[in-house]
Design a binder for this molecule. Structure first.
Ligand SMILES: *Cc1c(COP(=O)(O)O)cnc(C)c1O
Length: 266
């Protein structure tokens, strides 16, 4: 059996991994349509907020971050970075944040910041999926399985859209109760009847941004052996789950597995 790693964490030091992929076409459209302002959403530790802020500075776009929860001083490193590169931060309560995709709220953001190009939380729209469809074409070796960590499932959707019929994708949701992602992913598929993917929902370690000593010692050992890093929120859970499936004999002998390193390190 072989595991190969697609190193999307090396795409860019600040706009890393799948965040670059998901922003690519969103920003291209925004620029083409003449927008100079981009608004998006995220929690206080959001890699998407961090990447969008960095992209805005590099490309000369004004960025607005709608952040879940109250402003806490001093800002954590994600938000401090975002603000330092020019992102305008607005904090909203959790209840309001939950309604962020409603027509009402989107309309009010359009009005307050007009004209503004709005990207959903996590870059989870069809342009985000389109960017992630380019991952598979860059892999120049034949493979049987491809695996990635899932937050919104946007990255996995793009991957599935580019697979050949004999290849299979496995997603590792990092949230508790990740089963709900199945339907979200199917909505983004070009060919929704194809069931060439499934989700392994037992590797969330208690939920988003939660982990324990076992996962920490796994990522430490992994780094010593493989000389590149994982983080415990996404890629740590992916590789832990993948190694566990291998141990349990999930993959047939001779399988070639590609694991996508979606970034998240800084
Ligand atoms: C955001 C993120 C993900 C989740 O990607 P989705 O497309 O939302 O499923 C995975 N890995 C890393 C490192 C991330 O930052």
């Amino acid at each position: 059996m072989e595991i190969w790693v697609k190193r999307d964490d090396l795409i860019h030091p600040q706009i890393s991994g799948n965040k670059w992929r998901k922003l690519k076409y969103n920003i291209e459209i925004a620029k083409k349509e003449g927008y100079t302002k981009i608004l998006t959403f995220g929690g206080a530790f959001s890699n998407h907020i961090y990447a969008t802020a960095a992209a805005g500075q590099i490309l000369g776009l004004h960025t607005i971050g709608i952040i879940r929860g109250e402003r806490v001083e001093p800002l954590n490193s994600t938000l401090a970075f975002a603000e330092s590169v020019g992102m305008e931060l607005h904090f909203i309560d959790r209840e309001t944040y939950r309604q962020k995709n409603s027509q009402d709220q989107l309309g009010s953001y359009q009005k307050s910041f007009s004209p503004v190009y709005i990207i959903p939380e996590g870059g989870a729209n069809s342009s985000g999926v389109k960017g992630c469809e380019e991952i598979v074409g860059e892999i120049q070796i034949p493979f049987n399985y491809i695996c990635c960590a899932c937050g919104t499932g946007t990255t996995l959707s793009g991957i599935i859209n580019s697979l050949s019929p004999f290849q299979k994708a496995i997603g590792f949701p990092v949230l508790k109760g990740g089963e709900f992602l199945h339907d979200e992913i199917v909505k983004q598929l070009k060919c929704p009847k194809i069931s060439n993917f499934h989700l392994e929902t037992d590797y969330h370690f208690g939920g988003y941004a939660k982990w324990n000593a076992e996962l920490e010692s796994f990522t430490d050992r992994f780094e010593k052996v493989n000389l590149f890093r994982l983080e415990p929120v996404y890629t740590g859970k992916l590789f832990y789950g993948l190694y566990d499936l291998i141990k349990k004999g999930y993959f047939p002998k001779g399988s070639r597995i590609v694991a996508v390193h979606t970034g998240g390190l800084r």
